[in-house]
Ligand binder design. Structure first.
Ligand code: OSB
Ligand code: MG
Length: 375
């Protein structure tokens, strides 16, 4: 692919209701989209999962836009012929910024698949055409409000529930939700780094609720702490924030710090790195599942294609688009039926844009002519 034109577009979407985690409350989502047009006249889109503030990871939307414009795109433009599979390698000299890199790779991958008249599901070779759908449930002001919300998601047909927890909002909410949904439904918790090594005994009290896993209880850089906690708890310890690359995934697995991995393509530098981590985990007998970052229909479609791979043995955070947004920017938003979402079969990553609605939620757009690359 020869990139001829790039658009960096920001959109703003309100959430249907506030989403609170241990790191903060969101009521809306600001998202950077990357559009690349190639010399063949194809356009591909990528979605950057970075949030507005560096609360989940060091990346944030303003920084991501600058990094893409000044450091990533110049390495891919200037008339060079670039395949999506080469993007990660070409961008290696730039340290970190995995979410920015993932968005760029994603846009090129979308364009490449469209030119080849195929889609991500076919390219990755996922054997399933539908994948089980889990929902991530935020922290609520009261137990009653939480239980109402969970009942609503059960009624919507979700296959498993993930509860956000933090110190002061853990054992009681989990106990009540387990009582509400019964012993057979999948239940897991996500602390987003809210605990420390001194909380080991307290966290072990979660073992009685038969959870599928506990996600990222400790700090991002505390691999040994996670290993020790994994030895102490019967609930499997799953890493999210700690895994930003293939090498880190290999280390965490070998160390025993990750009994399960939440694979978020944005966090690990793209879908192709995500597949490598999946393959390694499958070979090592480590279950993986596909995480979410409040994606629009662009990222949600691609996540479905990834989660169709055989090693994704646990339900992902791939909920219906309506779980977060009243209206999506794609024409065929992801929906949940009997606990499953269907892997989209449209070309490219698997979506078509609703251009009118997209324009109506666009807050800025910068076009760069890429033929005069500065790399
Ligand atoms: O830790 O998995 C997380 C959302 C934003 C940032 C981090 C996380 C989450 C979620 C929501 O849990 C997942 C989703 O998109 O459904
Ligand atoms: Mg998480």
């Amino acid at each position: 692919m020869i990139i001829s034109d790039v658009e960096l577009r920001r959109i703003h979407l309100d959430l249907v209701k506030p989403f609170r985690t241990s790191f903060g409350e969101q009521t809306s989502r600001e998202i950077l989209l990357v559009g690349v047009t190639t010399a063949d006249g194809a356009t591909g889109w990528g979605e950057c999962v970075a949030m507005s503030e560096p609360l989940y990871s060091p990346e944030f939307v303003d920084a991501v836009e600058l990094v893409i414009r000044d450091f990533l795109l110049p390495r891919l433009t200037g008339g060079a012929d670039v395949k999506a599979a080469e993007v990660a390698h070409l961008l290696e000299p730039i340290k970190g910024h995995q979410m920015a890199k993932a968005a760029v790779e994603m846009a090129l991958l979308d364009a490449e698949l469209r030119v080849a008249n195929t889609n991500l599901h076919a390219r990755l070779g996922g054997e399933r055409t539908q994948v089980p759908s889990g929902v991530s449930v935020g922290i609520f002001p009261t137990l009653d409000a939480l239980l109402d919300a969970v009942q609503g998601y059960v009624d919507d047909g979700y296959a498993r529930i993930k509860l956000k927890i933090e110190p002061g909002w853990d054992l009681e909410p989990v106990r009540h939700v387990r009582d509400l949904i019964g012993p057979d439904m999948g239940l897991q918790v996500d602390a987003n780094t809210a605990y420390t090594r001194t909380d080991t005994e307290h966290l072990c009290a979660l073992d009685e609720f038969d959870l599928l896993l506990i996600e990222q209880p400790l700090a991002t850089d505390d691999l040994l702490g996670h290993r020790d906690l994994a030895r102490a708890m019967s609930t499997p310890v799953c890493l999210d924030e700690s895994i930003e690359s293939f090498a880190q995934a290999v280390d965490a697995v070998e160390l025993g710090a990750a009994e399960i991995i939440n694979i978020k393509p944005g966090r690990v530098g793209g879908y192709l790195n995500a597949v490598r981590i999946h393959d390694m985990c499958r070979d090592q007998g480590i279950p993986v599942w596909c995480g979410g970052m409040l994606e629009t229909g662009i990222g949600r479609a691609a996540n479905c294609a990834l989660a169709a791979l055989s090693g994704f043995t646990l339900p992902g955070d791939i909920s219906a688009s309506t779980r977060f947004y009243a209206r999506d920017i794609v024409t065929d938003p992801i929906s949940v039926h009997d606990g499953f979402v269907t892997v989209p079969q449209a070309l490219g990553l698997g979506f078509d844009l609703d251009h009118d609605f997209l324009d109506s939620v666009t807050t800025s757009s910068h076009r760069l002519s890429a033929l005069d690359g500065r790399g």
